[in-house]
Design a protein around this ligand. Structure first.
Ligand SMILES: NC(=O)c1ccc[n+]([C@@H]2O[C@H](COP(=O)([O-])OP(=O)(O)OC[C@H]3O[C@@H](n4cnc5c(N)ncnc54)[C@H](O)[C@@H]3O)[C@@H](O)[C@H]2O)c1
Length: 270
């Protein structure tokens, strides 16, 4: 997908960070955007900001981990827009805690948002995209954590590896279709991801700094790339058909080390 004029997009996690930056970029290129987000206040602010910039922006409050609510949001969006060309499965949350000390509710929360939210989006919007005689694109936000594991990131790594694997399936299934597929795999980007516990469904956990990725906030602030750098690469990738959108060249040795371990262990098969 290269030309965004007369196109429409549904972007989850659209009220802030990567989702908002993508809406701004594609909206400024002519896409009519529906921002879907669980944070009503941030959503209203984002919608107004984009409209003030001349973008045809709309907002819908949605928990992507709630399949019934997601179905209603998709229905409303298709009724209002008539079509969706671009699906940005981007809403995501993270936790940081060791195995054996990770509450079941944290697991459920991260899986619901990061993995099932992506699947719901595809199931709800893909048939309409395939019925269109126009270029369409599904972009899933995984992470470098979908290729490399880190101690303490159990639910985050499990779901992001899942999003990479699922995106590979989609790429194969849609190879000959009008729907392109790509997967974002950034390392640190300057957003509020370290404070994602603010959206935890349990009020107690939402107000508990240990429920999210708080310890990473300073690192992300110090070493994170500006969100615009990622968006520039992602939009180029959509145009030239690149599947993985990576950002941080200096993390390649970690990916390679993992691939080497797979190769070494596979070599033991007799
Ligand atoms: N920032 C990074 O360093 C980084 C790196 C790799 C991947 N990612 C991924 O990027 C994506 C976007 O995160 P971000 O960095 O912009 O963080 P962010 O916290 O700034 O934005 C995430 C947005 O998702 C929304 N959201 C959270 N739960 C939701 C739910 N249940 N339903 C709908 N919306 C929900 C939040 O309200 C927020 O607006 C996530 O999937 C994250 O895992 C981020």
């Amino acid at each position: 997908m290269k030309d965004f004029s007369h196109s429409t997009g549904f972007l989850t996690g659209g009220a802030s960070g990567i989702g908002l930056a993508m809406a701004r970029e594609l909206g400024s290129r002519g896409m009519r955007v529906m921002l879907a987000d669980i944070e009503a206040g941030a959503l209203a602010g984002a919608e107004k900001t984009l409209r003030d910039e001349g973008i045809d922006a709309h907002g819908i409050v949605l928990d992507v981990g709630d399949p019934e609510a997601y179905a209603r949001a998709a229905e409303q969006t298709l009724a209002a827009f008539g079509k969706v060309n671009f699906l940005f499965n981007n809403a995501g949350v993270g936790t940081l805690s060791p195995a054996g000390q990770t509450p079941v509710r944290d697991w459920q929360w991260v899986v619901n948002v990061n993995l099932l939210g992506v699947a719901y989006g595809v199931e709800l919007f893909l048939p309409g995209m395939q019925a269109l005689d126009e270029p369409c694109h599904i972009m899933n936000t995984a992470s470098l954590a979908g290729h490399v594991a880190n101690a303490g990131f159990g639910p985050y790594n499990a779901t992001k590896f899942g999003v990479v694997g699922y995106s590979e399936c989609l790429r194969m299934e849609l190879a000959e279709s009008n729907v392109g597929v790509s997967v974002l795999c950034p390392a640190w980007i300057k957003t509020r991801i370290a404070h994602s516990h603010r959206n935890h469904p349990d009020a107690g956990r939402a107000n508990d700094g240990t429920a999210g990725m708080n310890p990473l906030a300073e690192l992300i602030e110090a070493e994170g790339l500006p969100v615009e750098t990622l968006i520039g690469r992602a939009v180029d990738a959509m145009a030239d058909g690149t599947f993985h959108v990576f950002t941080h060249a200096d993390f390649w040795p970690m990916v390679e080390e993992r691939l080497d371990r797979v190769r070494e262990d596979y070599g033991k098969v007799r």
